[in-house]
Ligand binder design. Sequence first.
Ligand code: NAP
Length: 465
Amino acid sequence: MATMSSVNPATGEVLARFDELSDAELERKLARADETFRAWRRRPFAERAAHMTRAAEVLERKKEHWGRIMTSEMGKTLKSAIAEAEKCASACRFYAENAERFLADEELKSSATRSFVRYLPLGPVLAVMPWNFPFWQVFRFAAPALMAGNVGLLKHASNVPQCALAIEEIFREAGFPEGCFQTLLVGSSRVGRILEDDRVKAATLTGSEAAGASVASICGRVIKKTVLELGGSDPFVVMPSANLESAVKVAVAARTINNGQSCIAAKRFIVHDAVYDRFEQAFVERMQALRVGDPMAADTDVGPLVSPSERDKLVAQVEAAVKAGARVLCGGKPLPGKGAYYPPTVLAGVTPASPSYREEIFGPVAMIFRVKDVDAAIAVANDIPFGLGSSVWTNDPEERQRFMNDVEAGATFVNAMVASDPRLPFGGVKRSGYGRELARDGIREFVNVKTVSVYEEAPAAPKAE
Ligand code: NAP
């Protein structure tokens, strides 16, 4: 029987080991999901909402407990882990309050007496999720999916089994029927069989391009809907009219959020020539001043990377960039000792010939570019395979319009860092994936958009005797 290990990346200590599900256990869970769906889809919104509100309460009441599980398993700072539990609660409340309105029948004009669209649930949906926001990624799928009347099956990343089991526990404690949300402790090699099972109706994956392509190709073969939320290398553009002090402050937070391991972290800083020197100096100073260390400590800004292997990947990317001509302005070498620590790092002069120029860098390493005008800024911003978020700093109305229209991304935030928010749709273009999570768009991804047309016939005339 294969096992999964929970390892603390701050210390290398093995915290727990779990057996993967046997085939028989997996079969029981799939059968339970199917059976639960048949009843759950008929439950009124008010009943679903009552459970979802209780899930929010469980998250909030024990946020420190959930936070410690996240931090010990994947290394994010405890304060950010607690904030993550709170954010999950806000998504649960948002969908408890709005799902019914988002999925209300929509009347449309046609030649029928009455036509409308009714949004009906699909069934069990498989969610393949990453470790980096181990609660948030799951809740932003589960809250709308369950409110729509679907049931959820979670295949979480293999390095966060304790988070995966904790989330199942939260839904159980909130009173959801057992089959509404189930964690499947299985490795990625067993995802294909689950997707091919007729009882599973759709899939969502948040993770790398390779994983997304694999899930989408299997689902393509068996004609099942997918949503993919993949990687990003978001631009952060600073123009001369911006408030430079705020831009620098936010740039540091945007690059180092989640120890630098966020899909929507700003990764490429594209700065106009007129303010470049001042930006670079202040940015490097602030990056260097961040406190790297124990993620449980209240004053830590940046904890460890998720694993020694992810740290080694980062080391190789930085080395490759330097070999191709980049200059290291701060950081640039892993920290000695136990734990997968890597310091905040700034690279300048990364050329398009360097592999790192177009790759996602999943750690606290910023690349900084000098550009001469808005056209050049947009050209560099778009010169990557990804299109997730973008942050642009300008107080010039024309420049704002240019960025909104021409930056190839699923989101453009002006004078702010990109952040997901239950009230706003979230997703990407290009190789960052397709489909949307959150807001009304998110809950409408996993529904049958059923067209109903009703023709009222004139009552038959009474027969003449
Ligand atoms: P990953 O290696 O792709 O893993 C993500 C999930 O996919 C895990 O559950 C993993 O399971 C599974 N998986 C991997 N290969 C698979 C395959 N061939 N078939 C089926 N499932 C497979 O990604 P990660 O390293 O955990 O996460 C980091 C990536 O996620 C980054 O690229 C980041 O940008 C992206 N991300 C995107 C978003 C977004 O919203 N767009 C949000 C967060 C993260 P195992 O762990 O068992 O291998």
